[in-house]
Ligand binder design. Structure first.
Ligand code: SF4
Length: 249
């Protein structure tokens, strides 16, 4: 039962493993080539992704939600489109590195259309790619291809935004029910973040709850006690017992 549940929980991984086994049995040489190729990409991901996660976390911490909404949100219109093209074009690295950053940008208010533009330009009109294209295929080819691609991305991002809704994207885990943060009172001292960085973050100079899986009551109690302006509260009937960590979901 446990194995079946594990396979169900990791259906995609299990399917890939099964395909590998079938290839190995049918064509061992092809199986070896597939393993070598996968090994190469896994090594590449292990080198790139930690840097991307750190950069994403820093952006999450330092860039306030209001700024993301202003420059990349639905109301940003042409300015948002232009900036999305710039962000995608000046990026480096494979496109899968863009996914964690795009999740963070969307969480902070970037529109779906601008997310599509960032991902698409990251994939096909990055500046290093354009320079290589110009070197090998000539400036005219590069310029025409760039122009047509920008037009296509602009059109297709609009269509994508008509089909996909914000609610279609996976949702972050909610803040603990009953946790109340008085943002007007918050003075941005970060003491709660220091006490419980997994649950509290900052947006600009105001506290903001982060997605969480397991509520650590000891850390929550420390954060509540650390707040100099008592901006964090938790229902009295949910008395925080330091010896009883609660499983939220
Ligand atoms: S400790 Fe209180 S005042 Fe300081 S950042 Fe956290 S909520 Fe705001």
């Amino acid at each position: 039962m446990t194995i079946i549940k594990k396979i169900k929980d990791n259906f995609f991984l299990a399917t890939v493993a099964l395909i590998y086994v079938i290839i190995f049995i049918a064509k061992p040489a092809m199986g070896m080539a597939a393993v070598k190729s996968s090994g190469y990409y896994i090594k590449e991901m292990l080198m790139i992704m930690p840097v991307i996660f750190v950069l994403t976390a820093l952006l999450d911490m330092w860039v306030p939600k209001e700024k993301i909404m202003h420059y990349l949100g639905k109301e940003a219109k042409v300015k948002g489109l232009f900036l999305s093209f710039v962000v995608g074009s000046i990026s480096a690295g494979p496109v899968y590195a863009a996914f964690p950053m795009c999740v963070m940008l969307h969480k902070k208010g970037a529109s779906l259309r601008n997310i599509v533009v960032i991902l698409s330009s990251w994939a096909v009109i990055k500046i290093p790619m354009l320079l290589n294209e110009m070197k090998f295929l000539g400036p005219k080819f590069m310029a025409v291809r760039w122009l047509l691609t920008v037009i296509a991305i602009t059109v297709f991002s609009w269509i994508a935004a008509q089909i996909i809704r914000d609610n279609d994207l996976p949702k972050a885990a909610p803040a603990p029910s009953g946790l109340h943060l008085n943002k007007d009172a918050c003075i941005g001292c970060r003491l709660c973040v220091n006490s419980y960085p997994e649950l509290f973050g900052m947006e600009g100079n105001k506290v903001h709850p982060k997605p969480y899986k397991i509520l650590d009551r000891v850390k929550l109690k420390n954060a509540i006690n650390a707040c100099p302006v008592k901006a964090i509260s938790y229902p009295e009937n949910e008395e925080i017992d330091s010896s009883d960590p609660r499983q939220s979901q």
